[in-house]
Design a binder for this molecule. Sequence first.
Ligand SMILES: Nc1ncnc2c1ncn2[C@@H]1O[C@H](COP(=O)(O)OP(=O)(O)OP(=O)(O)O)[C@@H](O)[C@H]1O
Length: 407
Amino acid sequence: MITFDAVHKRFPNGTTAVHDLTLEMPEGGITVLVGSSGCGKTTTLRMINRMVDPTSGTIRLGGKDILEQDAAELRRGIGYVIQQAGLFPHRTVLDNIATVPLLLGWGRGKARARAAELLETVGLTPDAGKRYPHQLSGGQQQRVGVARALAADPPVLLMDEPFGAVDPVVRTQLQDELLRLQKELNKTIAFVTHDIDEAVRLGDRIAVFRTGGHLVQYAAPAELLARPADPFVADFLGAERELKLLSLTTLAEVPQQRATTVREGEPVPGTGSALGTGHHLVISARGEPLGWPAPDGALLPVRPLRDTDTLLAAVNESIASPTGLVARVDADGVLTGVTSRETIHEYAGRRHQEAARPDRAPVSSRTGANAGAGAGADTNAGADEGTGADAGEGTGASTVAVKDGSV
Ligand SMILES: Nc1ncnc2c1ncn2[C@@H]1O[C@H](COP(=O)(O)OP(=O)(O)OP(=O)(O)O)[C@@H](O)[C@H]1O
């Protein structure tokens, strides 16, 4: 959808911001541009809507050279979102969102109706529409910025560090919202960030740039994490890149075993004994996990996971769980089984080995398709001591054996 062909940008002061860039941003996908400060990300983005023109090379949008199109018309098909939203301070939120439809001559009523609809789409109340930007939080302002960019329903969105100025919790919420919106809207999005975690979370493809405007690697997140092209990219991805890879795989294919449960209010076998309570899980009348009983009868917290949760969340929970068991629930929060720390770690290792194999086809999964169920890599079959279940076994295969403090 957006292609760069040998694009070069040299500013009049002699700075080369973008060097011989050839790259294709897929239609309906999120392409993230990452790299340290000054490596040419913003310039690359701005060349797409002709805020900056390339010195040489060709950029095509939907197959057409952008330099052969009228800049104003080109921009009508491209929404632009920047850090701190860039809202007009003296216009209400609703009028801010209605800006482009009004410029396009939609008429006030229609433009405002569209703005009200978008307010809801980005998760804001109708009341927010009547306020001025300074009366909203930073995160709310960013939502308005996204709504404004979407107002004329452009097929392309350029987002330049749109969530850079909000705290990490709000940032995660905004990322979730963007992914939710993108499922519905299927825009072609070019997204600039400094933050590799944000890139991995959002990107269908990630372009890593180095100072001087050089593209160093362009790949799907899993491939980038598993096979960084060189030490620069590996450094940029950080020491935890193997863990980040686990954030791209869901738990769906990791087997579970039947849990040993006790209904809330019923006596827990072993409570008060020096041997502890084993691995009974206290559940509600509906079957929701409530906690792991400690020997003194107190309930230790359980954080149940769904099949849609990531392998990274499972590794995290397996470390935190007092029993080493991770409780698994269905979409209604009802217990379906448990998975041992060993099984989770085995799958995590297998996932990494598979992704890292140099002879593999490019890793393109954001969906967990490479989760590695029964793929025949080192299975470490004996590791599940106590559960009686091999990694390849299906659900409900055995009861969790009670051992003194270990599984
Ligand atoms: N109008 C300009 N005139 C001269 N040099 C410029 C101009 N705009 C950008 N540059 C230079 O081009 C290089 C790339 O800048 P650009 O803003 O594209 O980088 P960036 O990767 O987006 O940086 P940041 O992450 O800090 O926003 C930098 O060295 C910058 O100083």
